[in-house]
Unconditional design. Structure first.
Length: 307
């Protein structure tokens, strides 16, 4: 048996695909990597929220899953919409890397510096920044990590605000100049884990093999809770929603929230549940947040983004 692994062609995406290939190899399973270009890779001059549709990094890959050209697709779990198109399913989540955000720069950075400019196009990060460091400016810097670092060095910004996981995987740890506190800056849902997507009809044998190779049970429990939260919040990466679950002993703790783009209003809450209560807790938490001011923040953001 040979598993065909579909992936985007960026270095980070390939790192993830090779990671999955290595896990499969450990089980004696042969695989082949198929590179696929997506809309999100082609359009580099516009921020993701402006391209609009959910799944800008997934559509072309899902087409190949559907027509059988590939068996599985490897993604950053964070990039996966909370609701997948009919027939698609995430069947495994790799053990999560440290999920916090960092600043990457070629020079030292003081977040209190008046004229600081940070590179990010994430609405979650921009909103958090407006709340905690209102004097800091942001500019969108798109492209893969290597490209973004070059743009920064050429003067586009002072530092890039990124997920530690990607920075570490691309071996840019030496350029990390600031680490954001996980409690204060709750990351995006799914950050740091690699997810495996399949299309209906994949054999049970392949499915089990892939889960055995890649899935981490604890991460799966955590990610399913976070994604249940995101689903009700109806957010993709273009909405400043954050969510993070952790497990200690038999307790699953889930924090979720939404923050207005100007950083002035935030609704957030943490709840604790049992290990099998994650899905329910995610949904309940989202309903609480929507009913306590979250809905208004969301509507306002949608209106702004439609302009
Ligand atoms: N938004 C793009 C994206 N998707 C996944 C990662 C990083 C790796 C991960 O979280 O798995 C990144 C880059 C970033 O946010 O810095």
């Amino acid at each position: 048996m040979k598993i065909r692994i579909g992936t985007r062609g960026s270095k980070l995406a390939l790192w993830q695909a090779y990671f999955v290939q290595d896990r499969l190899k450990e089980l004696g399973v042969d695989s082949e990597i198929v590179k696929i270009e997506t809309k999100g890779d082609k359009i580099l001059n516009v921020t993701i929220s402006k391209i609009g549709s959910k799944g800008v990094f997934t559509e072309e890959i899902e087409e190949k899953l559907k027509n059988g050209e590939i068996d599985i697709a490897v993604h950053s779990a964070k990039d996966m919409p909370s609701t997948l198109p009919e027939g698609f399913e995430l069947i495994a989540f790799s053990e999560r890397e440290k999920e916090h955000d960092v600043l990457v720069s070629h020079k030292s950075i003081d977040l209190n510096q008046k004229d600081l400019v940070l590179g990010t196009s994430s609405t979650r990060r921009i909103a958090c920044l407006h709340k905690h460091f209102p004097h800091v400016k942001t500019v969108p810097v798109r492209g893969n990590l290597q490209t973004r670092i070059q743009k920064m060095k050429d003067g586009a910004c002072d530092a890039l605000w990124l997920a530690y996981a990607g920075v570490h995987r691309m071996e840019f740890d030496h350029m990390v100049v600031h680490e954001f506190d996980l409690e204060e800056f709750v990351p995006a849902v799914g950050q740091g884990s690699v997810a495996i997507e399949v299309y209906t009809g994949i054999s049970e044998e392949k499915k089990e093999l892939i889960r055995k190779a890649v899935n981490d049970d604890t991460t799966e429990t955590i990610l399913l809770a976070e994604r249940a939260f995101l689903k009700v919040m109806n957010g993709g990466c273009s909405i400043p929603v954050y969510g993070r679950a952790t497990i200690e002993g038999n307790t699953l703790s889930l924090t979720g929230g939404i923050i207005s783009l100007d950083g002035k209003r935030e609704v957030a809450k943490t709840c604790n549940t049992t290990l099998d209560g994650g899905l329910k807790a995610g949904e309940t938490l989202a309903h609480y947040i929507l009913e306590n001011g979250g809905k208004e923040i969301l509507e306002e953001i949608r209106k702004e983004q439609a302009e």
